[in-house]
Design a protein around this ligand. Structure first.
Ligand code: ADP
Ligand code: ZN
Ligand code: ZN
Length: 818
């Protein structure tokens, strides 16, 4: 379907809108156009005639201008046919110059995604467009004929080089005049999109002046700055100030005293991070790696779709295998998409890829400035960059000849987009690989149950069971918080055992990582004495506490009961409601270890551009430092001298009202434990918990696969994924009263049409019951035949609300039920 088919049939048009050039005998074609408008009820594509003068250039993926009612709209050619079932077709007005970006593979993929995710096609097609926000359409007018111009407007245009924007010309002549000149053929229209412009990047550098005597300097900060400059100059000003935490004034006063000079230099735009990672010596693959690579290579050389699940503990050398497979692709002139959960969290990985593949790497992610992103995108589109690294959206990069998709840290929930279109990169990657006859390699130390189940039915499971030579498995200690003594001061969250281990680690000059997982809920009950959390008897997920009604409610099945006065386990009435934040623990640590550098990393401390990277660099460079953070620190870090990992409260993730809570806990604990003992120093992991016997907590000690065996059985018994599929219908409104009736009505309707093919759970308020002023309810459909159910939902059920002011969104295969 690369070019348009020559047409034999004539398209009959009853209303006589056929263009003069397309009467009998001439070829005619119909373009199916996805219109770039976000309007409800927009059809997937509309038919338009391709006028003769555009016939040669119009192809699949072209960007065009089409008339929609009285407006001109952007549209994308997603099909070309020789017949239309519609009468009275209008013609395409023009092609947008220099834009043909949607590949036939992406068009196929978009059709599939719209069906699979019950979402609008235009939302999906937007994912494949170049970055830069809403494009700015320019209409250009030019003279149709050369020669003398008597008409003043035409003369004006001739004097202006024969071409001007319509806007400019409308400043000089009336709209009516211009329109009539277009109509009678004296003026031609062309269309162009204004792309984000890329300004050169100017960077300031600081340099130490020669032959100055710095012994006269007294200021502490000034000394720090000078000290840094003697080691490292010239250095970008921003970096310098960040490193020594000095202000611009400090630097300025050094400049005025003549110690330092500042100069500016235009920089090559380069978004790749520069993170120092010492190991660069050539590597010989071990036997397991070699086996995995051989299997992947064989799929690559056969040019057929094949999927792999590469299961290997952290430090077992997975990344090395991905990179070798990518090299093989590049040699064959094929492209690679390398997906990572969140690029800003993985500076080390990005650095490794950039080292290995140099200029062939393009980073695509939202942390880039518009211009940077636009550049990178075009490097891929024009074939200069063949290794695309990015989060889930990198799947839609304009790569040519895709050979391999790598999806690292497959278990990460950020692969699922939580706003429309709510797609899951793990699922979409599979489809894209299939369409392109490419290989898909997903890797993780803790693969999700879904992927494990999929690889059993289609694909190959590869294992790396040993850490690369030189690393030892860390030793694990589970601390029972119900009875262990705490240190006297502060939050009561640090046990004596953890404190002693921290002290020992720091005294030896080694580093420690402490995890306080806050992604959890304030609104569940926790018994302070024994750690008991009320759980739904039907669903095995924790009950959410509603303060106003003093009731506990299951956000899965709807069960509701009054909150108990005393703990059913230990009879204590000492309930706890909230959580404790990283900032308070940070305060406590600085009191306990006044000499130690404590680096806090959470969403507050890393919101500034580059902050994440700076914190990690600090941690990397500081001997005996403590890195304290939320789950963002569990990912991909590779520091050889981390001797201790402490998990302050292993239970937070367990208490999320979600059937995946146990899986998430096991994954998080296993992942974060893998951060210790990545070098010659033996690693130790301390896990503080109120649930020392919970199988998810135990997973760290035994093995993740033992955990999966138990969890798989639970899921099967309770009919949860991967044994069923879930479609969550989210209702929301600013008016609280409207949401519940809308949800109940649709639930009734669904019970009628889906019958025994699906289980319709009672609608419940969403665990986060209000977001941005909108009240939310969830309605869950659980089914073993999702294909059929989705077909019915698309054809027989009106998901666009009949209730005014209630928005209804389908979330297919949700990963968070919040
Ligand atoms: P993973 O991705 O499974 O965590 P990596 O591929 O990052 O593991 O490997 C961990 C470390 O071991 C890296 O520094 C890597 O360069 C190194 N490494 C990987 N494979 C080998 C090998 N076969 N021999 C020696 N070192 C290796
Ligand atoms: Zn209790
Ligand atoms: Zn329940």
């Amino acid at each position: 379907m690369r070019c348009r088919r020559p047409t034999k049939k004539r398209v009959w048009n009853q209303r006589g809108r056929l263009e003069a050039g397309s009467i009998l005998g001439k070829t005619l074609s119909i373009a199916k156009i996805a219109i770039d408008l976000s309007a409800p009820n927009l059809k997937r594509a509309y038919d338009y005639l391709i006028p003769d003068e555009l016939a040669a250039e119009t192809e699949l993926g072209s960007t065009v201008i089409v008339p929609v009612r009285q407006r001109k709209c952007l549209g994308y050619v997603v099909g070309i046919e020789d017949e239309s079932a519609t009468d009275g077709l209008k013609s395409i007005l023009g092609l947008v110059e220099g834009r043909r970006f949607i590949s036939p593979a992406h068009i196929d993929l978009s059709h599939w995604m719209a069906d699979h995710y019950l979402t609008s096609f235009s939302e999906i097609i937007k994912l494949t467009l170049p970055p830069g926000g809403q494009p700015n359409l320019q209409t250009l007018l030019e003279l149709a004929n050369e020669g003398s111009q008597h008409e003043p407007a035409l003369k004006w245009l001739a004097d202006n080089g024969g071409c001007a924007t319509r806007r400019r010309m409308e400043g000089a002549f009336t709209k009516y005049k211009i329109q009539s000149l277009i109509k009678n053929g004296a003026l031609k229209q062309r269309f162009r999109l204004r792309e984000p412009s890329v300004k050169p990047l100017i960077q300031e550098f600081a340099d130490l002046n020669k032959d100055v005597d710095i012994s006269a300097v007294r200021g502490q900060k000034q000394l720090l700055v000078l000290n840094e400059l003697t080691k490292n100059a010239p250095i970008p000003v921003k970096e310098l100030l960040g490193r020594v935490e000095a202000s611009r004034q400090t630097l300025n006063s050094l400049v005025s005293k003549g110690f330092v000079s500042i100069f500016s230099k235009p920089m090559k735009r380069d978004s790749k991070t520069s993170f120092t990672n010492a190991k660069t010596s050539p590597i010989t693959l071990n036997q397991e790696q070699d086996h995995a690579l051989t299997a992947i290579t064989s799929a690559l050389t056969q040019n057929t779709y094949h999927s792999f699940l590469l299961e290997g503990i952290t430090g077992s050398g997975k990344t090395e295998v991905y990179m070798r497979a990518a090299e093989i692709c590049l040699k064959d002139d094929k492209s690679v998409i390398f997906l990572v959960p969140e690029i800003s969290l993985l500076p080390q990985l990005v650095e490794r890829l950039a080292n290995r593949f140099g200029k062939q790497v393009a980073l695509l992610h939202s942390g880039l400035k518009a211009g940077e992103r636009f550049d990178a995108w075009h490097e891929v589109a024009n074939g200069n960059a063949k290794v695309v690294v990015g989060p889930r959206s990198a799947l839609f990069a304009p790569v040519d000849n895709l050979g391999l998709i790598v999806l690292d840290e497959e278990h990460e929930t950020s692969y699922k987009q939580n706003v429309t279109p709510r797609y899951d990169a793990r699922v979409v990657a599979r489809k894209l690989a299939r369409i392109n006859n490419a290989a898909l390699v997903m890797g993780s130390a803790t693969p999700s149950l879904e992927s494990q189940s999929l690889v059993r039915s289609e694909g190959t499971r590869l294992r790396l069971q040993n850490r690369v030579f030189g690393f030892n498995e860390p030793s694990i200690e589970i601390v029972d918080m119900r009875e262990t003594p705490r240190i006297e001061s502060g939050t009561g969250l640090i046990s004596k055992i953890l404190f002693n281990n921290l002290k020992q680690t720091i005294d030896q000059g080694h580093k420690a990582i402490l995890l306080l997982n806050r992604r959890g809920f304030a609104n569940f009950l926790l018994c302070r004495k024994c750690g008991y959390v009320p759980v739904c008897a039907n669903c095995a997920i924790s009950l959410t506490f509603h303060k106003v009604s003093n009731r506990l409610r299951c956000h899965h099945c709807g069960l509701s009961k009054s909150a108990p006065e005393t703990c059913p386990e230990c009879k204590s009435s000492n309930w706890k409601f909230g959580g404790i934040g990283t900032q308070r623990i940070e305060g406590e640590l600085t009191t306990l270890f006044p000499e130690t550098r404590v680096i806090r990393m959470d969403s507050d401390s890393t919101s500034a551009r580059g902050a994440h990277h700076r914190h990690l660099q600090n941690f990397y460079e500081t001997e005996g430092a403590i890195l304290l953070g939320t789950q963002m620190i569990a990912k991909g870090l590779d520091f050889p001298d981390v001797a201790l990992v402490g998990i302050i409260n292993a239970d937070t993730a367990l208490n999320i009202p979600d059937f995946r809570a146990a899986e998430r806990t096991a994954q998080l604990l296993t992942q974060v434990s893998g951060r210790s003992g990545r070098g010659p120093i033996p690693g130790k992991v301390i896990i503080q918990t109120y649930n020392p016997d919970n199988y998810a907590v135990r997973a760290v000690e035994s093995s993740y696969s033992d955990f999966c065996e138990i969890e798989t059985k639970h899921r099967s018994d309770l009919d949860y994924p991967p044994f069923t599929s879930i479609i969550n219908i989210i209702f929301s409104s600013q008016n609280e009263k409207l949401v519940e009736p809308a949800a109940r009505e649709l639930a009734q309707n669904l019970i009628q049409v889906l019958k025994e093919k699906a289980q319709i759970l009672d609608p419940v308020p969403a665990p986060i019951s209000r977001i941005k002023g909108r009240w939310r309810w969830n309605l869950m459909i659980v089914t073993k035949d999702p294909k059929w159910v989705k077909k019915i939902l698309r054809t027989d059920v009106d998901l666009t609300s009949r209730h005014k002011n209630v928005k209804i969104i389908a979330d297919v295969d949700p990963v968070w039920l919040l």
